[in-house]
Design a binder for this molecule. Structure first.
Ligand code: ADP
Ligand code: G3P
Length: 491
């Protein structure tokens, strides 16, 4: 028997099938449309997402020579925060999904801030008021889609993040898991239930909300392409990567370096509300066990800066060329690149910042710029690790890395140098899908406990710091100075 994972991401849907040792035996992927009706607006068609999921599941099974009956369970991991509302009777979405990157709710957020400020809901949900999260998106839909509020109050329409949407389509159950619910702003981190005061402040009728369930539990039985298969996990994609990296102990951390980067630190069974610009989120919850919380540092631009060097400047023709270009020089030549393309996320949350390259002299060349691009992600990561240390007192003894950038071994070395602790890369790179598969497998007894999963985790590479402490501190000071140069740009 096997476990399948559906990884419904921002730009593509994937299905991976894993065997008992956590190895990938089949994989299929399909991209779908990015709908951008106005500057700053990003939408997805929920029916297109659903069709893409059905297609990749069918294709993965076919490629593996498998039938649905060969699957012991299926797990779901998904792009987080993206908001869907659909008709409970027909299943028809009432509007396109509003994607996490969409900034149309800027005004909604400023109105909700009122006199109390951006951190009005921080203690209940662990998140600052920001366009990023689902609550403001749902408030916008309830206000802008004609008749929607009345329909919601009558229980005729349902809200969900992408996990809910897919589980409802697959099983008919209207549920979400704690990790996804913890990205809406509407869930109370301590009760793990919808927070009545927050619902009132956002004007959200409770009837439209899914039941909040553990991340690892059988929610229902699949229909159609997954006929008869238990649907047995859901995790937001960054939390799934934490789980797939076997960060089961307090103090374990992983960073996923993709388009953006998301560093999550396991903080154990009590939520730590950050005073240093981090997000408090649920890491996972296995069945009836206590929830495990995490602190998250979100970086908006990581691998996207490499793409920018490729697509906007043409300095490289493919992402993997950056490593050779950066290896051609000894250091950054005094040049620092702060990619505040749409402001800065953690730990600054400055929407007035814009990107800057500083320290330019006639000496600086393409190689130095390439190096500064890699260093930018490494230093942004360092600032998050420092904020986590300030919030929790936890000093990392190593950072587990995954995502598209980790093939770049120079980058891995730079990251270890900048952090002053080893950076390790796992043998199984598909950590996000693996996390969802692990959680589903635990729910149906395919795997017995996290200790068994930990035995699958194999190190594929380890980079240890080679920079002196003095050099590191001097570079850190220059990076911080560069960051301040990006502030107050947008009036
Ligand atoms: N060799 C490389 N060096 C540095 N960055 C790379 C390299 N290869 C790919 N990347 C970056 O990794 C990112 C893709 O990672 P991936 O995990 O697939 O992202 P996502 O899941 O966000 O789409 C891209 O932004 C790309 O620029
Ligand atoms: O789909 P990804 O990999 O871009 O991840 C998106 C995150 O879940 C956003 O919070």
């Amino acid at each position: 028997m096997y476990i399948a994972a559906i990884d419904q991401g921002t730009t593509s849907s994937r299905c991976l099938v894993f065997d008992g040792a956590g190895r990938v035996v089949a994989d299929a992927q399909r991209e779908f449309s990015q709908i951008m009706p106005r500057p700053g607006w990003v939408e997805h068609d929920p029916m297109e997402i659903w069709a893409s999921v059905e297609a990749v599941v069918a294709q993965a099974l076919e490629r593996g020579g498998l039938a649905a009956s060969d699957l012991a369970a299926v797990g779901i991991t998904n792009q987080r925060e993206t908001t869907v509302v659909w008709d409970a009777a027909t299943g028809e979405p009432v509007h396109n999904a509003i994607v996490w990157q969409d900034t149309r709710t800027d005004r909604v957020c400023r109105e909700l801030e009122g006199a109390v400020g951006q951190n009005r809901f921080l203690d209940s949900c662990g998140l600052p008021l920001a366009t990023y999260f689902s609550g403001p998106k749902l408030r916008w839909l309830l206000a802008e889609v004609p008749g929607l509020r009345e329909r919601a109050e009558r229980g005729e329409v349902l809200f969900g993040t992408i996990d809910s949407w897919l589980i409802w389509r697959l099983t008919g159950e209207h549920v979400t898991d704690v990790t996804n619910a913890s990205r809406t702003m509407l869930m109370n981190l301590r009760t793990l239930d919808w927070d009545p005061r927050t619902l009132e402040a956002f004007g959200v009728p409770a009837r439209m909300l899914p039941r909040i369930r553990p991340s690892s539990e059988v929610y229902g039985t699949g229909r159609g392409v997954l006929e008869g298969v238990p649907v047995a996990s859901a995790l937001g994609d960054q939390q799934a990567a934490l789980f797939g990296q076997c960060c089961f102990d307090e103090g374990d951390a992983k960073n996923t370096y993709g388009t953006g980067a998301f560093l999550l630190l396991n903080t154990g069974t009590r939520p730590v509300v950050s005073r240093h610009g981090l997000l408090t989120t649920v890491g996972y919850r296995i069945g009836d066990e206590p929830a495990v919380y995490a602190l998250e540092g979100s970086i908006a631009i990581a691998g996207a800066l490499v793409q920018w060097l490729r697509d906007n400047l043409g300095l490289i023709s493919s992402a993997d060329e950056i490593e050779e270009l950066a290896r051609g020089v000894d250091d950054n030549g005094g040049c620092y690149f702060v990619p505040a393309f749409s402001g800065l996320f953690a730990p600054y949350w400055r929407s007035d910042a814009r990107g800057a390259i500083v320290g330019l002299t006639r000496f600086v060349g393409r190689g130095h710029l390439a190096r500064a691009v890699l260093e930018a992600t490494a230093w942004q990561t360092r600032e998050i690790v420092d904020a986590m240390n300030a919030d929790t007192g936890i000093a990392l003894d190593c950072l587990k890395a995954d995502g598209g950038m980790v093939v770049d071994e120079l980058f891995m070395q730079i990251q270890a140098d900048v952090l002053g602790v080893p950076v390790v890369r796992p043998g199984i790179k598909e950590t996000t899908a693996l996390g969802a598969a692990y959680a589903a497998g635990l729910a149906v007894g395919f795997w017995s406990d996290p200790a068994e999963l930990r035995a699958h985790w194999k190190e594929d590479g380890r980079w240890t710091p080679a920079m002196t402490a003095e050099e590191r501190e001097a570079e850190h000071a220059r990076w911080r100075k560069a960051v301040t140069r990006t502030f107050d740009w947008v009036e």
